[in-house]
Design a protein around this ligand. Structure first.
Ligand code: DI6
Ligand code: FE
Length: 413
């Protein structure tokens, strides 16, 4: 242990004149007006009303927050942000009257993204993805989950996950990777879904987990994706490798995916428009987070709402995310996802903010580390030019983010 002289400041940095929304209370925003927050070694060392600052407390750097709102850094806990090409031509063709069949017969849909992702060089994929990630970061995002799933072969799934890891090295953002090999059936396995699941379980996941590229494992459990039995095979292998699971569950129909995820103590079940009461009960008992994705609901013009009231009544923690992907949610604004969670799903602004902070942290298994302003947690914050925390979910367009602190360090740009 090093000895400190009396004149050495005990903190690395201190923000004063800030209005905190700690999100750490059981009720409400946990607001502290005219507050201060101090950082040491990248972690929150002290926070409270400015009037309660310990006498003689000093920091190496002091920042005047100018009365701004300071929240935990935002967390986008479900994205497919690494992909090649985009599907704007398909969007346009559909609005010009093309049918879904015509589009898929001409090679459109998810397979067009798979082709574009397979042919993109790692650097091209990196550049295209960085642009999208930067939009999220400009709105106060400090942690981001990124899934694979547009490769559907070992080489391209590896390329996607390597790009995801490199994004976390290149930009000041924490990246958690998710292997989504069981996202869709590649054309060469047509009619042989079980054989493709063999490949996912016996070849892809072992290789990629062994290379340290995988933090969690996901699948698309759906009539047009994989069955609950096939999903469970993937979960078993994940468990063998000590990797947590999550699931695209009950997006288009009820496959019992949420209950299956709960049985494997999954971090989250995501989408959930067709979630059953049994699924809700299982999630509540297992502590599995419900990740709601209003961008996909909006873009697909879905009308069946996820069962928000029942999730609330059961005490299931609810997170909100962009689902950023080229097919069903080309959305790179987490603030807009919060607004949509309120307008489309009737969540409250407090629930929306909890959904991109505390509950999103839980959905990534990082609840002890980030997601609230609490002493000991990593010092990830966002500063906002708003009067009240409820304003974050209110605006449509415009970006009130006035600054970001990542691991105690002011993020430039
Ligand atoms: N559900 C979705 O909404 C996306 N993937 C998934 O499992 C769709 C992905 C795409 O169309 O590119
Ligand atoms: Fe998704």
């Amino acid at each position: 242990m090093s000895t400190t002289t009396e004149s050495e400041p005990q903190w690395d940095a201190l923000w004063t004149h800030v209005h905190l929304a700690t999100l750490s209370e059981t009720q409400g925003y946990g607001e502290i007006r005219d507050a201060a927050i101090a950082v040491r070694n990248g972690r929150i060392a002290w926070l409270g009303p400015r009037s309660a600052l310990p006498a003689g407390a000093r920091a190496a750097i002091e920042h005047d927050g100018q009365g701004r709102l300071l929240t935990p850094g935002l967390i986008d806990c479900h994205t497919h942000i690494v992909y090649g090409g985009n599907r704007s031509a398909e969007f346009e063709a559909r609005l010009n009257g093309a049918t879904y069949e015509e589009i898929s017969r001409s090679g459109g849909g998810i397979m067009s993204t798979v082709r574009a992702t397979r042919t993109a060089s790692e650097d091209a994929l990196m550049q295209a993805s960085l642009r999208r990630v930067r939009s999220l970061l400009a709105e106060g995002v400090t942690t981001l989950e990124i899934k694979s799933g547009y490769g559907l072969d070992l080489e391209t799934e590896r390329k996607m996950l390597r790009v995801a890891r490199r994004i976390g090295e290149r930009l000041p953002v924490r990246v958690r990777t998710t292997f989504l090999g069981a996202h869709a059936l590649p054309p060469d396995y047509a009619g042989k879904a079980d054989a493709y699941i063999d490949e996912v379980c016996d070849v892809m996941l072992p290789a990629l987990a062994g290379e340290g590229l995988v933090d969690a494992v996901d699948a698309f459990c759906e009539r047009i994706g994989f069955s609950a039995a096939q999903t469970e095979r993937v979960f078993e292998v994940a468990q063998r490798y000590g990797l947590p699971v999550k699931l695209h569950a009950e997006q288009l129909s009820d496959q019992g995916g949420a209950a299956l995820t709960a049985r494997y103590r999954g971090l989250s079940a995501d989408h959930l428009e067709y979630l059953s009461p049994e699924g809700i009960a299982a999630m509540a008992a297992a502590g599995t987070v419900a990740v709601l994705l209003p961008g996909a609901f909006y873009f697909l013009r879905e009308t069946k709402l996820p069962p928000i009231d029942a999730l609330r009544d059961a005490g299931v923690p609810i997170a909100v995310s962009t689902d950023c992907n080229p097919g069903t949610s080309p959305l790179t604004s987490l603030l807009l996802a919060m607004n949509m969670a309120c307008t489309l799903f009737r969540m409250t602004p407090l629930e929306a903010l909890l959904g991109v902070t505390r509950n999103a942290a839980a959905a990534l298994g990082l609840g002890g580390e980030i997601g609230t302003l609490s002493v000991g947690k990593t010092a990830d914050f966002a500063l906002w030019d708003v009067e009240r925390p409820g304003e974050l979910a209110y605006g449509i367009g415009g970006n009130p983010c006035a600054g970001v602190v990542f691991g105690g360090v002011v993020r430039e740009g």
